[in-house]
Design a protein around this ligand. Structure first.
Ligand SMILES: [Zn+2]
Ligand SMILES: [Zn+2]
Length: 285
């Protein structure tokens, strides 16, 4: 009778399968690039080498394509666009970009209805928040966000055992979101404002109340508590994004999150800040 030979703990077929997964990850890493992340514009690119996606179109077509090309990405390779919500810092370039690429645009039905009707609507693929989408080689999980838009969503992107989360524009962290952000290898998480800077800053009181509300934006302190309570030990790259230019400082957001990471005793994690209006370098897993 045939018996598997073993090498240490792993039977050979299991070992080969594991090596194949590792080789695939080395040859085709999931690559994540933030083209911009702030209220001045949001857009990100994610690829597993097979499928190439654009998340949000908050920069002009010209600027989006220029930033992609500056990173060696041909915009024509984009297979689909995903939109989080209808606020202009996420969709201001959507019309020209969608018309040029002529690829599917995934967004919730209510978000589609909230957008001005344009020719790009012919590419819309509306879905219900919470739907799991299969887009090329990615499994995309959408999840509802508490934010003052019609039906905003965040996304996780999974391919070949790797998972990337995109979670900005939310007023607080409900358990449902903590659940969806489990086991992300790379996580872009909003760290919008420092509460004290917001309180004494230049915003009118009504806008301060909106930002601080449960349908506004996440503060550095809420991110700190999330890291202490729920950040997955699997997360290797944590990127703080959607920073306010008036009510936060990149160094401050970084410091608050780094202190929480230290207190939690997490050592195998790269923490970085996506500075407003600037593109990141590639994050790979
Ligand atoms: Zn936004
Ligand atoms: Zn928003």
């Amino acid at each position: 009778m045939f018996e598997c030979q073993t090498s240490g703990r792993w039977p050979i077929p299991a070992l080969l399968a594991r090596l194949a997964v590792q080789a695939n990850r080395v040859l085709f890493p999931v690559r994540f690039l933030i083209l911009a992340s702030s209220s001045a514009g949001n857009s990100a690119y994610i690829s597993d080498g097979v499928t190439h996606l654009l998340v949000d179109c908050g920069l002009s077509r010209k600027e989006t394509f220029a930033r992609l090309e500056a990173n060696g990405i041909d915009p024509c390779c984009i297979d689909a666009i995903l939109i989080t919500h209808e606020h202009c810092d996420h969709v201001s370039g959507l019309g020209p970009i969608a018309k040029k690429l002529a690829k599917p645009v995934y967004l919730t039905s209510a978000t589609a209805n909230a957008l001005e009707e344009g020719k790009e609507a012919m590419y819309f693929k509306p879905f219900q928040a919470g739907t799991k989408l299969s887009i090329g080689s990615f499994e995309v999980q959408s999840f509802s966000l508490p934010h003052d838009a019609e039906d905003p969503v965040g996304y996780t992107f999974s391919s070949n055992g790797r998972k990337v989360g995109v979670c900005t524009d939310l007023g607080y962290m409900p358990d449902s979101i903590r659940y969806h952000l489990q086991d992300c290898d790379i996580l872009l998480l909003e760290s919008n404002h420092d509460l004290e800077m917001l309180k004494v800053g230049p915003y009118p009181w009504s806008l301060k109340q909106r930002v601080m509300s449960r349908r506004g934006h996440l503060s550095n302190d809420v991110v700190s508590q999330f890291i202490l309570d729920d950040l997955s030990p699997r997360t290797r790259k944590l990127v703080l994004g959607h920073l306010s230019e008036q009510n936060n400082l990149p160094a401050l957001a970084h410091m608050v999150a780094a202190q929480a990471i230290d207190r939690r005793g997490l050592t195998n994690i790269d923490l970085s800040v996506s500075e407003p209006r600037q593109q990141s370098s590639f994050f790979e897993i």
